[in-house]
Design a protein around this ligand. Structure first.
Ligand SMILES: CCCCCCCC(=O)SCCNC(=O)CCNC(=O)[C@H](O)C(C)(C)COP(=O)(O)OP(=O)(O)OC[C@H]1O[C@@H](n2cnc3c(N)ncnc32)[C@H](O)[C@@H]1OP(=O)(O)O
Length: 193
């Protein structure tokens, strides 16, 4: 028995995900979509996640747990590990060229993750039904084939770019829109150019 909520099970009629023909090639580093992003940006205390496109609608990522990510002494905080899973899963949308946000995310914490550990993440979209994108991820320690420390299933919901413009604080929205680099502007709002 998985114990997962049924909303994370793709309904009858769900389709296989489709990789966009212009998606980054397998092995290609995706880079930060927004330099202030807690997950993939460079600011101190953030996760500085490095994500690479994989085959199909799948990818891999690495996250190094540092002292700023602790919960218990010497161990990663569970919320930080969930954030790493969320960011990794969110990056899948780049491969489909869809703008989507996390609606629901359920995490299993299988093993404690010490500070200094590199978490090797792998994520894939399992199904799509209308605006709903079903996906799953694992995080392993000790290497990409090491034991699973965390895993998650999630449901992302496709949104329009207005979702960010309407809901984000105007200070950051205006600053992001004012960037002369139009590629950076598009990426900040999760539209993979
Ligand atoms: C490179 C990318 C990096 C990305 C960073 C990582 C991703 C993130 O962390 S994104 C930030 C966190 N998420 C958010 O802030 C989202 C906040 N929530 C919202 O804005 C809205 O609730 C939103 C957009 C998810 C859904 O609202 P709305 O567009 O009105 O959709 P709505 O009509 O209610 O629902 C659409 C469908 O989704 C389902 N749904 C919506 N929310 C959920 C949920 N939480 N759980 C299960 N199902 C849901 C609905 O049941 C409905 O299903 P159906 O079509 O079968 O009836």
């Amino acid at each position: 028995m998985s114990g997962r909520t049924t909303v994370l099970k793709p309904p009858e009629g769900a389709m296989a995900p489709v990789r966009h023909p212009d998606a980054p090639a397998p092995g290609e580093l995706l880079g930060a979509h927004y330099d202030q992003c807690f997950g993939c940006g460079e600011q101190s205390g953030g996760l500085r996640l490095r994500v690479r496109a994989g085959e199909g609608v799948g990818l891999t990522a690495e996250f190094t747990v540092d002292a700023a990510h602790q919960g218990a002494p010497g161990l990663a905080h569970g919320g930080v590990l969930t954030a790493a899973l969320d960011e990794t899963l969110g990056s899948l949308n780049w491969l489909q060229r869809v703008i989507a946000v996390t609606g629901r995310l359920e995490t299993d914490f299988v093993r404690p993750v010490p500070v200094g550990t590199v978490l090797h993440l792998e994520a894939r979209v399992t199904a799509v039904h209308g605006r709903k994108i079903y996906c799953a991820a694992t995080g392993r320690i000790g290497g990409p084939e090491g034991p699973v420390a965390v895993r998650a299933e999630a449901l992302f919901i496709e949104v329009r770019v207005d979702h960010f413009i309407k809901n984000g604080r105007s200070e950051e929205i205006n600053a992001a829109l004012a960037d002369p680099d139009q590629v950076k502007v598009a990426r900040a709002f999760e539209v993979n150019p």
